[in-house]
Design a protein around this ligand. Structure first.
Ligand SMILES: Cc1ncc(COP(=O)(O)O)c(C=O)c1O
Length: 449
């Protein structure tokens, strides 16, 4: 290293600069990123000792701590249990594991656990280019780590959704051990209800990856995967669910008043995949903040989710009316927090995302459902998510104004640098994070009432 003290100094400066740049000067539209309230951030910052500790061991079939193997855990055990209880309450499930460190790891433990007890090592899932996550694919975790043979469900590009009839044929022919729904480019609820029966017919477990839409589901504003027949739901706690970065997996193991044998065996296999197979330290410093985010969802989730979805739909309509090809017009563009936009005629997703970045509008390039995965370096699309701006208080007119700025950059009516000041002003106007608590004091006052 050249001069370690200079590098350390630069590191601290970069960390400070990042906070200023992305939280105060940019408009953040990356669909996989969430926003924590000031109180959730405060609780995360408070967990100084907690984030030094280990608490590895086994959990029970209520998602609570069963055994831990170190000393000094009298509060940590309570913290994990309280957090799990709050999460079960908002997610309407009777079993949860909040120990996975991310959505990817949640998929890992679900795929490892289920493939250990299912009929075979085949998994049916939507193709990567039509919105599945890399962890579902044969090129990613599912194929390379879990060694699953991936069979693709049929995706209807017109409908922007999995085709239930054609996919039923695939499931019947391939007889996979796991069928997985959910995705990264995910505007419309997947046909879980329509395909669960077929999955059960061939003895498959049904997994639903709710990484993107967990906050919408918790607020009752997207589909209800467990209610529609999914056996297990995996997810991230930091996208539309406004908690600290982390992952989880949950289920209802009780069916008609009795513990379901197949699901219970599967939950045990997933727990084994969590510990000892893939976690030692579970980063317990995030748990209190996660529990508080669950309380905020309980109190404000419905309003937040409704406005997020409305903002995404308004953006779709407004961009479309301004000559930008937003996908899904016939279904109102989206029923989630995100839209997909075809910008091929403006140079492609990479070019457009880079231009917008120069204007401090941050979003990502994305493959569109009809294109070849080989286009991933400069795909035709961009994906735009509205959960961050909504939490900052944007309503329909603010979204239209933001879309006008985006259109002026895409159409090259204005240069990115010429609108950057407007974007910074806009970002500063929406400095206050809403639909949550401003401080821990406010939380305690509310709870003591
Ligand atoms: C559908 C889906 N699953 C899993 C993940 C991975 O989640 P994480 O980033 O928490 O590992 C993502 C990431 O965006 C995703 O889109």
């Amino acid at each position: 290293m050249k001069d370690y003290s200079k590098v350390a100094f630069d590191l601290i400066k970069a960390a400070q600069a990042h906070e200023e740049y992305r939280s105060k000067e940019c408009v953040n539209l990356i669909a996989s990123e969430g926003l924590k309230s000031p109180a959730v951030n405060e609780l995360l910052g408070l967990a100084k000792d907690l984030s030094c500790r280990y608490c590895e061991g086994e959990n029970d079939l209520k998602g609570r701590v069963k055994a831990r193997h170190y000393q000094g855990l009298r509060y940590i055990i309570k913290i994990e249990n309280y957090t799990a209880d709050l999460m079960k309450e908002v997610l309407g499930c009777d079993w949860i594991d909040i120990r996975p460190l991310s959505g990817t790891q949640a998929n890992q433990v679900a795929f490892f656990g289920l493939s250990a007890i299912s009929n075979n090592n085949k998994m049916a899932v939507a193709p990567l280019s039509s919105g599945a996550h890399i962890s579902h694919d044969y090129t990613g975790l599912a194929g390379q780590l879990a060694k699953l043979e991936i069979v693709n469900l049929i995706f209807n590009v017109e409908e922007l959704n999995i085709d239930p009839d054609e996919s039923a044929k695939i499931i019947r022919a391939a007889r996979p051990g796991i069928v997985t729904f959910g995705g990264s480019l995910f505007q419309f609820p997947h046909p879980v209800r329509e395909l669960t029966g077929v999955a059960k017919e061939v003895g498959a477990y049904v997994v639903y990856d709710a990484a993107h839409v967990l906050g919408l589901i918790a607020a009752g504003q997207f589909q209800d995967p467990l209610g529609e027949g999914a056996d297990f739901v995996t997810g991230s706690t930091h996208k539309t669910f406004p908690g600290p970065q982390g992952g989880l997996v949950f289920s209802n193991l009780t069916v008609e008043g009795k513990m379901d044998k197949g699901k219970t065996a599967a939950a045990k296999a997933i727990q084994h995949a969590i510990h000892p197979l893939s976690t030692s330290n579970t980063h317990p410093g995030r748990f209190p903040a996660l529990g508080l985010a669950a309380l905020e969802i309980k109190l404000h989730g419905e309003k937040l989710a409704k406005q997020t979805i409305k903002n995404a739909q308004v953006a779709g309509q407004h961009l479309f009316e301004n000559g930008i090809k937003v996908l899904g017009e016939k279904h109102g563009f989206t029923k989630s927090h995100q839209i997909a936009v075809d910008v091929k005629s403006f140079g492609g997703g990479k070019v457009v995302a880079q231009k917008l970045e120069k204007a401090n509008i941050i979003l990502n390039k994305n493959l569109l459902p009809f294109e070849n995965q080989k286009n991933k370096d400069n795909p035709s699309g961009i994906r735009v998510g509205f959960q961050d701006v909504t939490r900052r208080g944007y309503r329909e007119d603010d979204v239209r104004y933001l879309c006008d700025l985006i259109v002026s950059v895409i159409n090259e009516i204005k240069t990115p640098s010429s609108i950057k000041e407007e974007v910074i002003t806009l970002a500063k106007r929406f400095g206050k994070i809403q639909y949550g608590f401003q401080s821990l004091r406010e939380v305690l006052e509310y709870l003591n009432k």
